[in-house]
Structure formats: C-alpha cells, structure tokens
Ligand binder design. Structure first.
Ligand SMILES: Cc1ncc(COP(=O)(O)O)c(C=O)c1O
Length: 362
C-alpha cells in the first residue's frame, strides 16, 4: 500500500535515543531539548524557539501570551485543521470564521474586516500547505497594527517555507507555531514549537510551560503556569530528524514537480499551485472531480489518499451559519494525494497513471 502519508524514522533516531539512554538521563526536557530548540531557531533564524508537547497547545499558549481570554474574538480561516480554532476555544475565546483564498487556501484578507467587531483581539493566520497568500503578508501586519490585534501564524505545515523576502514563515507575526505530529515533514511523534523574536513573549511562554517557575527546577512561582514540557526522548528524535530536513525539503519540491508534470493535462483533477522556490509543499493537494469514486478506485490499486479538511463552520462541533464558497468547495472536492518524503519516482508515476486511467474511463 502506498500510504497518503507516513513518518520516516531510521537508524539515526535509534542511535540518538540509545546514546541518551546510555548516559542515564531523567527523560524530562533538558540538554537535548535545548539542542533541538537551538537547531530550530537556527534553521528559521528566530531569536527564540520553545518546544511544547504538540502544535495545538503551542497555539493555545501563543494566545495566552497575547492576553487572549474568555469572550475575546479570534479570526481564523474556515479551512484549516480543527486545532486552529480549538486552540482558542479552549480559553473560552470565540473563533470567528473567514473564508480562504481559492488560489492559496490562506486567509482571504478582503473578508477579514467585515468579520471584525469591537471584541476582535487576534488573528490566527494559517500558512496552508506552507503557502504564502496572494497579497503581501505586510498587508495583514498593517491591519493588525491599525486595530491592535495580536497575530499568531499557525505554520504547523510550514517548516521549510519562507516568505518571498526570505523570512521563514512564523516570524512575521507576534509568534509562529509549528507541529511535529506524525504526518509533518519532520516528526517527534507528538510535538510542537513556537518561534518569536519578541523577548517578552518568549519569557512568558517559558513560564507558562513550566508551572510559572521563576527559575529552572525551583519551587518559587511568580506566575500562573502549567506543564506543557517536552521529553528528551522526543528531542533525540527531533535532533536526528533535523539532520534530514534539508534533503526532505528538496524531495518534497521534486515530488510536487513530478505530480504537476504527469497530471498537467488530466481533465478532472487540478493541483493547487505552489511556489516551490520559496515554499515547501507539505502535502500534494488538489481539486478532484468525482472525488469519492476516484478515492475508491485508487484504493483498489493500493494507493491511499485523504479527503481535505471540511469547512470548519459545518463541523458538528461548531455549526456556525454562513457562506464560505472556497472552503465549501474544498470540503466537496479537495483531495490529498500520497505525499510522504519516502515516496519513489516510480510510485508517483504509477499513481498518476492510475489517476489518468480513472478519468479516461469515466
Ligand atoms: C494547521 C494546523 N494547525 C495545528 C495543528 C495541530 O498540531 P498537533 O497535531 O501537533 O497538535 C495541525 C496538525 O496537523 C495543523 O495542520
């Protein structure tokens, strides 16, 4: 079976974990975690990087660091992983859904203002599939500045993606969030991090994750904090994965180019376009006619696919009225094709031949 996505761990991860075990550490976050944070900070050129146990809690803590609380409204895209709105719902804040751009699946800035009220406190901008929006991100920064809104970049899908000026995604807003869950370009099983150039936010985040301690390991608590710490075992895996990141970024770009080449003239399927100079496609996403039939057909050939996120406003958990044409279209026809870094060229060819066969015969 060619899976739509799978993590990729090898001997290097095993070696890191075994060498840590030989040293006899305490497992809880310490030097290895610091090293993983430093590698991420160096890769993104962020002043601060703080890791957490996942990329949902990192968003929640980002919102707390921006003083978002009960009753505050937070603008979120209606197309995203459900974790984006849930992260602020957890604080009693109210996610307000805005549709996304049809070209990039990023927040449609032309619709943001009409969703804003006097209660709007923040925006979570999602770099969907590592994409940049069609508008300069500075337009969103200016809007946030004008209305004093806290800007969180949910860059969970974006490690390896930069804005056209070379700044890594996640570093334009107040704070940027990443995920290391199993399907991400690098994984620690579960895991997430926040990057920021703001010293005050970084200070708050470090306290929030460690019981509000005033210093490492003591029992003096000057702030309210919780426990969202990492483990050294995850950090060992993360360190080994970071050594593979540059290769995986290049491979993801090649994978995208190959799909594009083989499916360019296929009637029935449209790949979303992606700027592979600046950004790294996380998944191969497309709009597919007869999506469910195509999915079933590919399954008979042992090819796994995944239906893209449904519009969040229509999820039973939310049920919010409104018209969101782009996220609704994705909900009806959006499909992710096999996208793991370890997929081979001949597998991509086979997948595309199978897709072409389906549309030629239907
Ligand atoms: C855009 C987005 N935000 C947040 C998350 C949540 O990350 P995690 O699974 O690490 O909690 C994901 C995970 O897929 C995501 O894609």
């Amino acid at each position: 079976m060619i899976l739509q996505m799978e993590p990729w761990f090898g001997e290097e991860e095993k070696k890191e974990i075994l060498s840590y075990l030989d040293e006899g550490g305490w497992f809880t976050e310490f030097k290895r975690t610091e090293k993983f944070e430093n590698l991420l900070a160096e890769f993104t050129s962020a002043k601060h990087c703080i890791v957490f146990n996942n990329g949902t809690i990192s968003l929640t803590l980002a919102a707390i660091s921006g003083d978002i609380g009960p009753g505050d409204e937070v603008i979120v895209p209606n197309y995203s992983m459900i974790a984006t709105p849930n992260s602020v719902k957890m604080l009693g804040a109210i996610p307000v859904f805005v549709d996304v751009e049809p070209e990039t699946l990023c927040l449609d800035i032309s619709k943001v203002k009409e969703a804003m009220t006097s209660k709007t406190k923040a925006i979570i901008f999602v770099n969907a599939n590592g994409r940049n929006p069609t508008y300069p991100i500075e337009n969103l920064l200016n809007l946030c500045k004008e209305y004093k809104l806290f800007l969180i970049e949910d860059s969970a899908q974006s490690l390896g993606s930069r804005y056209p000026d070379g700044v890594h995604q996640g570093l334009k807003g107040d704070v940027g969030s990443f995920s290391f869950s199993a399907p991400k370009i690098i994984s620690t099983g579960q895991g997430g991090c926040l990057i920021t150039n703001n010293d005050e936010i970084a200070f708050k985040l470090r306290r929030l994750k460690d019981f509000g301690r005033s210093g490492g390991g003591n029992d003096i608590h000057d702030w309210i904090g919780y426990n969202f710490k990492f483990t050294e075992l995850q950090a060992c895996v993360g360190i080994a994965q970071m050594a593979k990141l540059s290769w995986r970024i290049e491979r993801k770009k090649q994978i995208y180019s190959k799909y594009k080449k083989y499916l360019e003239n296929t009637k029935g399927i449209n790949l979303f376009s992606q700027d592979i100079v600046n950004t790294t496609p996380w998944f191969i996403d497309c709009i597919a006619e007869q999506r469910n039939k195509l999915q079933d057909f590919l399954k008979t050939k042992n090819i796994g696919t995944r239906i893209m996120y449904p519009p969040i406003n229509q999820q039973k958990a939310y049920q919010v009225e409104g018209s969101f044409p782009t996220s609704e279209l994705i909900g009806q026809r959006g499909l992710w094709l096999p996208s793991a870094s370890q997929i081979t060229d001949s597998q991509i060819e086979f997948i595309c031949e199978s897709i072409n066969e389906f549309y030629e015969n239907s």
